[in-house]
Design a protein around this ligand. Structure first.
Ligand code: ADP
Ligand code: MG
Length: 293
């Protein structure tokens, strides 16, 4: 027998302890809008289709008894449609205002486009993905962050009932992070924060952020400063030091909160790396950043 065949068998056998450890466990995976735009680009061009590889990983996890839940972003995709519609963003004290028309666009892009793309990509491999908005069955109750900024919300409450029902049916929920208040008014919710809140509500074993960088860096400008393992306390100090900017801040804040509130581990991984999720979940290789309590 060729050694390549033996190597393949060894890889599968090595996965056994991980398959057993995570059997029945919930893993919340946030798929970033930036990594999706890389995937959208490559789909139109040459080479691998990253979204399809991601979808395959999710189906594989489900197929060996894990309970994956996908939460997605879509910032770049929202920006694209806004530009196409000629909608000029409005700012108040440097912060983007989400008026009713902008909220409409956000919802159309997240629920109508990005959510559908991920659901379709998963269902190519197995007919298991069910797309939902945080508005469905009141999954995400929102409260306005700052009334002056319009319809940008924070998560006030997660009602995980709908997720439990889908997971019990061995389906894969794919969630767009629009929330609603008690009156049915919709709000745009940051997907990183929503993923953290959902992971806590489900008592997830893992919360995984798939993004467009190899992990958390001690110094954002220096790739050699990748932090492989860290703790909530260390991250709190890093946040206070100002080493994190923009998109990394809500991820790290959510990681800290999640591991302190029952989530086993949080991870920041490079979603551009083929099968980053499989490497993290089923092998001993440490990829990206792992956060412990
Ligand atoms: P996503 O679509 O996945 O949410 P974001 O652009 O919002 O992506 O967040 C990831 C970005 O965060 C990285 O591309 C990087 O530019 C930025 N970032 C800021 N500080 C750090 C840091 N300390 N380490 C790594 N990335 C950082
Ligand atoms: Mg982001």
């Amino acid at each position: 027998m060729s050694s390549a065949v033996v190597d393949k068998a060894a890889i599968l056998a090595d996965a056994l302890p991980y398959i057993r450890r995570f059997y029945g466990k919930v893993v919340v995976v946030k798929y970033g809008g930036n990594v999706l735009s890389v995937a959208e680009g490559s789909k139109n061009g040459q080479g691998v289709d990253e979204l399809s590889l991601f979808a395959q990983d999710i189906v594989l996890m489900r197929s060996v008894g894990m309970q994956p839940v996908v939460v997605h972003g879509g910032g770049p995709q929202i920006g694209e449609l806004m530009a196409r519609l000629g909608k000029v963003p409005e700012f108040k004290d440097g912060l983007r205002v989400t008026d009713a028309e902008t909220l409409d666009i956000v919802r159309m892009v997240l629920v109508g486009k990005v959510n559908r793309e991920i659901v379709a990509a998963v269902n190519v491999h197995a007919p298991l993905a069910v797309g939902l908005s945080g508005e469905d069955a009141m999954l995400l109750t929102a409260t306005p962050r700052n009334p002056d900024l319009g319809f940008v919300g924070d998560v006030a409450d997660v009602d995980a009932g709908i997720l439990h029902r889908l997971l019990n049916e061995e389906l894969i929920p794919v969630i767009a992070t629009i929330g609603a208040d008690a009156d049915g008014q919709a709000y745009n919710i940051n997907a990183d924060s929503a993923a953290g809140a959902i992971a806590e509500a489900l008592g997830a074993e893992k919360l995984v952020y798939l993004t467009n960088i190899e992990g958390l860096r001690g110094d954002v400008a220096d790739p050699s400063t990748l932090i492989s393992t860290t703790t909530a306390d260390e991250l709190e100090a890093l946040l206070a030091s100002g080493a994190l900017t923009e998109g990394m801040i809500p991820k790290i804040e959510s990681c800290i909160h999640a591991v302190r509130n029952g989530v086993g581990h949080a991870h920041i991984l490079d979603g551009r790396v083929p099968h980053a999720l499989l490497l993290e979940v089923f092998t001993h290789e440490g990829v990206g950043t792992m956060v412990s309590k």
